[in-house]
Design a protein around this ligand. Sequence first.
Ligand SMILES: [Zn+2]
Length: 89
Amino acid sequence: MAGDHPRNTGPMMESSRCGAKTRSGTPCKSPAVSGKKRCRMHGGAKGSGAQRGNTNALKHGWYSAEFVEMRREVNEILRSGRATLKELK
Ligand SMILES: [Zn+2]
């Protein structure tokens, strides 16, 4: 999870960094609280935030992990379908 994103790997970025946008427009870059994506100043504090899978702010589910995964699979099928059509020509 946190820390395995390409942006967060490499010797210079051993720990995951907070990605909150500061008032100057640049990312915060403070070390994120372990297990979270934000530093203690930006919502990573103990006891803040919701559990994974929380749906309090859910509007349509279009960006939920489930739907993102489904779209990925559909795109995969479409891609292979197009490749097959190309072969037939
Ligand atoms: Zn921060």
